[in-house]
Write a protein that binds this ligand. Structure first.
Ligand SMILES: Cc1cc2nc3c(=O)[nH]c(=O)nc-3n(C[C@H](O)[C@H](O)[C@H](O)COP(=O)(O)OP(=O)(O)OC[C@H]3O[C@@H](n4cnc5c(N)ncnc54)[C@H](O)[C@@H]3O)c2cc1C
Ligand code: SF4
Length: 497
């Protein structure tokens, strides 16, 4: 009976939920894919071949029981599919929206390899949990027992929140500290609404608060409260602070007015989307409206910047990347979405210098005293250097090489630097010498237990891995919760002896 409902990949083609027309979606910050209707989700789930060794599952960082919940969906048993799906994933509807499925679960789907087109796993995962929210099946945690021990979690991104959820389920008292005024980490202030609408994150934050997780927001650890104070207050501590130091450019006029960091730009846009008043957006500094925009970088952050600039009404948006399309780190699906929306990619190109003009105000200042007031020019163009791909480096990746004499000026009113992120120097910032870091500055933590060099202190997510993915932060957070519980029960046993 079950198999009759499945294995339909031979007769039913692959379909994604409908994508909104590029001209229409470029006008707003809503998600670009519509919902699967129930019948379509059932039909698409029935394409799964239920193969004996599900490679999709082994390539999902959470090892989701994908074939199981696809079968339950195909059989119309959506509530059971939801229960199965949320056993392994704290935020299935978020992963369904923003995981790079082409590199993870769907990229390893067996029917894709036989030429039939992958099962649309991410879209079905999203459908199942969105339906669960609509039907009221998603309810706050009510722990079976309350335990006295408390855990302080620093960072309310997916890593910290996934751990908070698991620990609260076990009955521990959980406090989450974050320097921002809203929880969610990069899910709220980094990733734009057209990939992940803000209410989807906010309802998860509320669910955790309703379950008794205490949020202490606007609390910058190291400034407003010390790390030692948090350690003193709690029986265990989890560090989940992400990576935020922007990589920079060492070129002429690197700090020209109108050259901005990607995360400042995206945070302002997300805040406006959430209804906040942002002076730097209102006065145009972090607003692409009417401007010729150049974004530098080829990762997912760059893709989010170019598509945000289009939605803000930029006059033109160009993306400079020093390698070619095949060698960019960003998802090909996002490049296609960006191109449909009017972004122009300038491959094999790198910025050599920024040129600028001195504005009237600065000129007046110059006439009186340049040094006193400063002579920062306003960006007017990017000197573009053309590159070719040379010999592979030690990692096997072809290194870009400069083509002499091929430079040209690209006019620009706003330049957004999306060159990646590095960890802040936490031991120095927080004054904790004993917290060991790697040579890249990420926190050293055991691969499985997530224990750091300090007893009772654990670490997860980007601050350990370097810039990574939401799904990996969730996995780390869930695993660390188990280790913290083990640590606390060991500590309780010792205290009782
Ligand atoms: C623009 C952008 C787009 C992305 N798109 C995707 C995508 O499509 N799919 C995907 O899977 N991943 C994406 N990522 C990556 C993903 O967002 C991260 O890998 C993930 O959020 C890491 O989770 P985390 O919990 O480790 O840290 P974060 O999400 O960074 O959360 C860390 C939290 O710690 C807080 N914090 C930091 N320092 C302190 C302090 N001293 N005191 C108190 N609080 C502090 C921060 O305010 C933040 O809320 C994207 C990243 C960016 C920047
Ligand atoms: S969590 Fe991500 S990788 Fe895993 S099944 Fe869902 S979309 Fe695929």
């Amino acid at each position: 009976m079950a198999t009759q409902k499945m294995l339909k990949f031979v007769t039913i083609g692959r379909e994604m939920p409908e994508k909104r027309d590029a001209a229409v979606r470029s006008e707003d910050f809503h998600e670009i894919y519509r919902e699967f209707a129930a019948a379509k989700a059932t039909e698409q789930a029935s394409r799964c071949s239920q193969c004996g060794v599900p490679y999709c599952q082994s390539h999902c960082p959470l090892h989701n029981n994908i074939p199981d919940w696809l079968r339950l969906t195909a059989e119309g048993r959506t509530q059971e599919a939801y229960l199965r799906s949320q056993e392994t994933n704290t935020f299935p509807e978020i992963c369904g929206r923003i995981c790079p499925q082409d590199r993870l679960c769907e990229g390893n789907c067996v029917i894709e390899q036989s030429g039939h087109g992958t099962v649309t796993i991410g879209a079905i995962e999203k459908y199942i949990t969105d339906t669960a929210w609509e039907e009221g099946w998603v309810q706050p945690i009510v722990p079976a027992v309350e335990r006295p021990e408390s855990i302080g979690i620093i960072g309310a991104g997916p890593g910290g929140l996934a751990a908070a959820d698991r620990l609260r389920r076990m009955g521990y008292q959980v406090t989450v500290y974050d320097r921002h005024d809203r929880a969610g980490g990069l899910m709220i202030y980094g990733i734009p609404g057209f990939k992940l609408e803000k209410p989807v994150v906010e309802r998860r934050n509320k669910l955790l608060a309703d379950a008794g997780v205490e949020f202490v927001l606007n609390a910058n650890v190291g400034e407003d409260i010390s790390f030692d104070a948090i350690r003193g207050k709690h029986d265990a501590v989890l560090i989940a602070t992400g990576v935020y130091k922007t990589r920079d450019l060492d070129i002429d006029n690197a700090d020209a007015k109108g050259v901005v960091a990607a995360l400042d730009y995206l945070t302002a846009s997300n805040r406006v989307d959430l209804g906040d008043e942002i002076p730097d957006y209102e006065d145009g500094e972090l607003n692409a409206n009417g401007k010729r925009v150049v974004v530098i970088g080829g990762g997912d952050t760059a893709m989010d910047c170019v598509r945000t600039a289009i939605r803000q009404g930029a006059q033109s948006v160009k993306c400079l990347y020093r390698r070619d399309r095949a060698n960019m780190p960003g998802s090909q699906r996002e490049v296609q979405n960006a191109e449909e929306e009017g972004v122009e990619f300038v491959w094999l190109s790198a910025p050599g210098a920024f040129s600028g003009h001195v504005t009237g105000e600065a000129m007046e200042a110059q006439e009186s005293d340049v040094d006193e007031v400063g002579d920062v020019p306003t960006i007017s163009a990017v000197r573009v250097q053309k590159m070719r791909l040379g010999a592979p480096d030690v990692t096997g990746r072809q290194s870009p090489e400069l083509i002499e004499g091929a430079d040209y000026d690209e006019p620009a009113d706003l330049v957004i630097k999306a060159l990646g992120f590095e960890p802040e120097e936490l031991p120095k910032l927080w004054g904790v010498d004993g917290l060991e870091v790697t040579r890249w500055g990420t926190i050293k933590a055991d691969f499985q237990t997530h224990q750091t060099s300090l007893p009772g202190v654990f670490a997860v997510g980007d601050i350990v891995r370097g810039a990574s993915l939401v799904v990996w932060a969730i996995r780390d957070g869930r695993e660390a919760a188990e280790s913290i519980a083990g640590f606390l029960s060991g500590a309780a046993r010792v205290a009782a002896e």
